[in-house]
Write a protein that binds this ligand. Structure first.
Ligand SMILES: Cc1cc2nc3c(=O)[nH]c(=O)nc-3n(C[C@H](O)[C@H](O)[C@H](O)COP(=O)(O)OP(=O)(O)OC[C@H]3O[C@@H](n4cnc5c(N)ncnc54)[C@H](O)[C@@H]3O)c2cc1C
Length: 440
């Protein structure tokens, strides 16, 4: 049975990093949940064992379900009917499997139905899902948005929305508009407060929205009339159960074809403010995008891993001039470079995710009690490191992943140019990684 965790010693190695013990202790509040939930860990050995067990399940789902479905999903993809999206049946099967195995809301607290896992093992899961199918990673990885809702939403909003995500409802992050891409300060989708029914309404268009027909949307909108910059933008939660948003089109993309990328029309769509007015872009979306960038780093690393394995197997099998081609220096040098770039970007990825884990654990503790001066110092230290490492890692891992898949095709020779082989799909899938969530 294929298992993308047990067959990958590199991921297992990073889980053993010494900082993981501190991360687990902070995340588990000295293992206080063990009294309340029988499946909560009682010490570090127990916590590590539970991370490993969850990652083994992810590895099995990736190897047995998501990867085998990827080629067909790439051919058929989602469809649009009367403003609503239907996933490809095999994408729906992937989603059902991750729901049934409890892999939604992985990092959310147990009181909302989550697994309370640190970001690092969650990102390891994203690394594996991306190796299996980079398109499906986008759909599954949008559970990241719940993290932002947890951080900035009210307790009432957390209680209403987070259990739904943990139960398997999907999310989307609605930021981009036709005239607001890299420059999100230019967002114009209008949010109007109606005093009569004390309700916000959204009107306008969003484009390029991944999984745009999701159940719960985080939407960046202009709440302050007459403003033109970031200070007039707020973040809203739109619940698809309330209606008001239709999908005008699904983009016909080069790659990651299994996940729908949508143009959305908001017409008097009721929504609720998340956090404070005017902090939508400045604070909340910046935090949301930092989390999403970590996900894209994992996507790039997962695709690199897939490219290495494809290239290695092919080069050992393919014979020319009486030898397997992996015996030729030019070919084995390319293989060694793919491996080295994959390992380097993976090391950067998990270094970053541990920094994120450290400061986020302190952020969360600060919601419950005042941090000590030493704790505050550490929180700041790791937060600064995460802020520096995230964009560097996002830029580097996505550019190198593009090089890795390029070299993988080169090792395949003419066969790599044919749709019969996985590397052709990887080549199309990887191209978006250095464009979205901030172009390199
Ligand atoms: C498949 C796909 C999925 C997406 N999913 C989502 C999603 O879920 N939610 C969402 O909100 N958005 C999503 N996006 C949008 C994506 O984040 C944007 O496409 C991206 O941020 C770039 O914006 P743009 O396409 O408008 O390009 P532009 O901003 O127009 O950029 C065009 C070029 O100009 C360069 N450029 C722009 N500004 C500068 C500058 N100051 N200095 C130097 N160069 C600059 C860029 O690097 C780029 O090369 C998705 C896009 C795609 C293609």
């Amino acid at each position: 049975m294929a298992n993308f965790y047990t067959d990958n010693p590199h991921i297992q190695y990073h889980l053993q990093h010494p900082l993981m013990e501190r991360i687990a202790r902070l995340k588990e509040r000295d293992y206080a949940d063990a009294d309340q939930y029988d499946y909560a860990p009682s010490d570090y050995a127990d916590a590590l064992d539970s991370y490993q067990r969850v990652l083994e399940i992810v590895g099995e789902v990736c190897g047995e379900v998501i990867a085998p479905n990827a080629a067909e999903v790439d051919l058929t993809g989602p469809t649009l009917h009367e403003g609503r999206v239907s996933y490809d049946p095999l994408t729906a099967q992937n989603l059902d499997t991750v729901r049934q195995t409890g892999l939604m809301g992985m990092s959310l607290p147990r009181r909302y139905g989550g697994l309370n896992m640190p970001i690092t093992p969650y990102i390891m899961a994203a690394d594996m899902v991306s190796r299996a199918d980079a398109g499906f990673e986008n759909l599954w990885g949008l559970q990241d948005c719940a993290e932002t809702l947890y951080e900035f939403g009210s307790e009432d909003q957390r209680e209403r929305f987070l259990p739904r995500v943990c139960a398997g409802e999907t999310m989307s992050m609605d930021l981009t508009e036709p005239d607001a891409g890299s420059d999100l300060q230019a967002v114009m989708l209008k949010a109007t407060y109606n005093e009569a029914d004390q309700q916000w309404y959204l009107n306008g268009v969003k484009r390029f929205i991944t999984n745009g027909d999701s159940d719960i949307h985080l939407v960046l909108a202009r709440s302050e009339e007459g403003t033109k910059d970031a200070r007039g933008l707020s973040m809203f939660i739109y619940d698809a159960k309330n209606g008001g948003v239709t999908v005008r089109r699904i983009e016909n993309k080069m790659g990651i074809k299994g996940v729908p990328t949508c143009e959305l029309v908001f017409k008097d769509a009721p929504a609720e403010l998340c956090g404070e007015r005017r902090l939508g872009l400045i604070r909340y979306v910046m935090s949301l995008m930092n989390g999403a960038r970590l996900g894209i780093m994992a996507q790039a690393v997962g695709i690199s891993e897939a490219a290495y394995r494809e290239a290695k197997t092919y080069a050992a099998d393919r014979h020319q001039y009486g030898h397997a081609i992996d015996k030729f220096p030019a070919v084995y040098e390319m293989l060694a470079l793919i491996r080295a770039k994959t390992d380097a970007t993976r090391a950067h990825l998990y270094e970053t995710s541990r920094f994120v884990d450290m400061y986020k654990a302190y952020d969360d503790i600060a919601r419950e009690r005042k941090l000590t001066p030493e704790e505050r110092k550490e929180q700041k230290y790791y937060s600064r490191l995460a802020d520096a490492f995230t964009p560097i890692g996002k830029g580097m891992s996505t550019e190198l992943a593009n090089q890795n898949v390029y070299d993988c095709i080169q090792i395949y020779g003419g066969s790599g140019y044919m749709k019969d082989y996985t590397c052709e799909r990887l080549y199309r899938d990887v191209r978006i990684t250095n464009i979205y969530e901030g172009t390199t």
